[in-house]
Write a protein that binds this ligand. Structure first.
Ligand SMILES: *[C@@H]1O[C@H](CO)[C@@H](O)[C@H](O)[C@H]1NC(C)=O
Ligand SMILES: *[C@@H]1O[C@H](CO)[C@@H](O)[C@H](O)[C@H]1NC(C)=O
Ligand SMILES: *[C@@H]1O[C@H](CO)[C@@H](O)[C@H](O)[C@H]1NC(C)=O
Ligand SMILES: *[C@@H]1O[C@H](CO)[C@@H](O)[C@H](O)[C@H]1NC(C)=O
Ligand SMILES: *[C@@H]1O[C@H](CO)[C@@H](O)[C@H](O)[C@H]1NC(C)=O
Ligand SMILES: *[C@@H]1O[C@H](CO)[C@@H](O)[C@H](O)[C@H]1NC(C)=O
Length: 406
């Protein structure tokens, strides 16, 4: 019994002294080194900071000593918030081991990376990476980062792609992108690392079509809302030949020269030429499309089509033969005399092609009348000549000459 009491007492003492010593140590540590409010300073060299906005939040004199820094849920890896950025360059130069967790990494500045000039190991697991050109700076840490299971989480096309592979592709595509266009990786085949791209040159004040494209597979070229007048390069330059979606809406295109050679044909699936200045259907544009293994779609509305019997007939024939090839056929209207008239309407065709027939009838009638008149004049002249020979004086003047003598 007493033995037991002694032991109990002893246990209690151990526990108390442990608490006491811990408190003492903690007091010494916290008094000797300031620990930022957001951080749990396990020692003056090892910090774990949670829910901070930016690095500026934990920047103090004491951060000059920290060697192992863990940031859990940091919202801004781009700025130092209200701190003046440049004065904090390399401000965490003591850090050797750096971890970011439970954060969304969608933008990371060079200054952020520069803040850790001597870091040796970087741990980035358990984060959401939004892979775009805004996080390309992360590539500077590639050799120091534990790579296992680091994947992009967005955007859709690159989700699940290995992080540094995606970044490498994004930076290559960025270099190859024709200025002033923006190249967006729409999807990536992680096995072959062949990206599918959108080359977006929309609203870039372009007057001509760019003369290069990235070497990856461009699945869409958006050239809409520019001042392009000539779209022929899309049909003559080989690298445009396999771009499936070509958007040229809202430009100043008046004509397109499409080569006659079928082996050089562009194999677009969607060609948007709406809101341009086309007056005639470009020769060869639709001519050979019925030999494609699929039916392409062409958008042609809001162009000033010049309507005559032949062109309207051609439009209607194409629409009959290849239903839906002109996606907006029923909205196409004429310019000029027939302004506003729908090209698809049978009455347009009727008016254009049968009005001349009426004119021909009229001309024929007039011709017949002329013929009759000329015949009458000839008959009259013959009659007059005959009477002249008979009377010895020309019929017209006979009365005048014969009257006075009467
Ligand atoms: C951090 O913030 C999240 C919500 O944003 C909260 O659930 C969590 O408890 C916070 N952690 C700390 C240590 O304050
Ligand atoms: C940081 O150090 C400077 C001198 O180097 C000192 O004046 C300042 O008070 C310190 N700041 C804090 C928060 O300890
Ligand atoms: C930070 O300093 C390093 C050299 O110490 C320099 O290379 C880098 O450009 C600086 N970064 C900024 C944002 O000033
Ligand atoms: C191209 O960028 C413009 C903004 O500049 C945007 O409005 C348009 O939707 C983009 N095109 C595509 C196909 O995403
Ligand atoms: C295509 O051939 C036609 C004659 O078949 C010719 O009039 C036209 O100029 C040619 N177009 C081109 C772009 O070679
Ligand atoms: C073609 O461009 C016009 C104008 O920008 C747009 O309204 C239309 O939706 C586009 N059509 C297709 C099929 O992309």
């Amino acid at each position: 019994m007493p033995k037991g009491t002694v032991k109990h007492y002893h246990d209690n003492f151990d526990f108390c002294s442990f608490l006491f010593v811990s408190l003492f140590v903690w007091a010494i540590v916290s008094s000797s080194e300031a620990c930022p409010v957001a951080c749990n300073c396990l020692s003056n060299q090892k910090w774990e900071c949670t829910n901070i906005t930016s690095l500026g939040d934990i920047l103090e004199n004491s951060s000059r000593a920290v060697r192992e820094l863990t940031l859990i849920h940091i919202t801004d890896l781009n700025s130092f918030s209200d701190h003046l950025g440049t004065s904090f360059n390399a401000s965490f130069e003591s850090v050797r081991k750096f971890t970011i967790q439970q954060s969304t990494i969608n933008r990371i500045s060079a200054l952020f990376i520069d803040s850790f000039p001597n870091v040796e190991r970087v741990f980035l697991g358990d984060n959401q990476f939004s892979c775009s050109e805004h996080i390309l700076t992360l590539q500077r840490w590639e050799s120091k980062t534990r790579k296992d299971k680091l994947q992009c989480s967005s955007p859709d096309g690159v989700a699940k792609t290995e992080l540094f592979l995606a970044l490498k592709t994004i930076s290559r595509v960025k270099e190859e992108c024709p200025s002033p266009c923006r190249c967006v990786v729409k999807s990536m085949n992680s096995q072959y690392s062949v990206p599918n791209l959108l080359v977006n040159c929309s609203r870039s004040n372009l007057k001509v079509i760019p003369d290069s494209l990235p070497k990856s597979w461009v699945i869409e070229l958006d050239l809409s809302h520019n001042q392009i007048e000539d779209a022929s390069p899309l049909f003559s330059l080989p690298f445009y030949r396999n771009v499936p979606v070509l958007n040229l809406a809202h430009n100043h295109i008046q004509d397109i020269q499409v080569p006659n050679d079928t082996s050089q044909k562009n194999h677009f699936r969607l060609l948007n030429l709406s809101h341009n200045k086309l007056t005639q259907l470009p020769e060869n544009l639709l001519g050979e499309t019925d030999t494609f293994s699929y039916q392409p779609l062409i958008m042609l509305r809001s162009n000033p089509w010049m309507c005559d019997c032949n062109s309207v007939k051609m439009f209607q024939t194409i629409a009959m033969k290849q239903l839906h090839i002109i996606g907006d056929f029923i909205y196409l209207t004429c310019e000029g005399d027939l302004e506003g008239q729908l090209i698809s309407s049978p009455t347009s065709l009727h008016r254009l092609c049968y009005v001349p027939a009426v004119a021909i009838m009229t001309i024929r009638c007039v011709n017949i009348v002329f013929f009759i008149l000329i015949a009458l004049v000839l008959i009259k002249t013959a009659f007059d000549l005959r009477s002249m020979y008979a009377v010895g004086i020309f019929h017209y003047f006979a009365h005048l000459l014969l009257l006075p003598s009467r």
